[in-house]
Write a protein of this length. Structure first.
Length: 133
């Protein structure tokens, strides 16, 4: 229910309102929600979804593209996702190299390693000292 309110706040969903103020969802609202969830799962932001939603129509099974006007937005999002995926793969490669280099070292138990230094906390993130009681 919270997500439905969020979609409405974002202008993605416009259910009917009863005189009592309660929302009344129609079949087309159900299709819209399925389409929104599909696009969110594809990595699109709600802003982008709001831009492409007018180019979607309900074919009876769900929302499908109905105009090529959404292609630039979809290509932009694909490029953004590809860049993010490349960054994640590069980070994983760096971690793999660190794991490989570390696995050759002794001791394998970090508690036995004198060179392990606790992380330095940025100012303001240090735990509070115990209060005197």
């Amino acid at each position: 229910m919270r997500s439905l309110r969020y979609y409405e706040e974002q202008g993605l969903l416009r259910p009917l309102r009863r005189p009592s103020g309660y929302r009344e969802f129609r079949k087309e609202d159900v299709a819209t929600v399925r389409g929104i969830r599909l696009m969110l799962a594809a990595g699109l932001s709600t802003t982008t979804i709001g831009e492409v939603l007018p180019c979607m129509t309900d074919d009876g099974e769900g929302l499908t593209p109905s105009c090529a006007g959404m292609l630039p937005d979809l290509h932009r999002e694909r490029e953004r996702l590809s860049a993010a995926a490349a960054d994640l793969l590069a980070a994983r490669d760096r971690l793999d190299a660190l794991l490989e280099a570390t696995s050759r070292l002794d001791p394998a138990d970090p508690s036995e390693c004198d060179t392990v230094v606790p992380p330095v906390r940025p100012p303001g993130l240090n735990p509070r000292p115990a209060s005197a009681t």
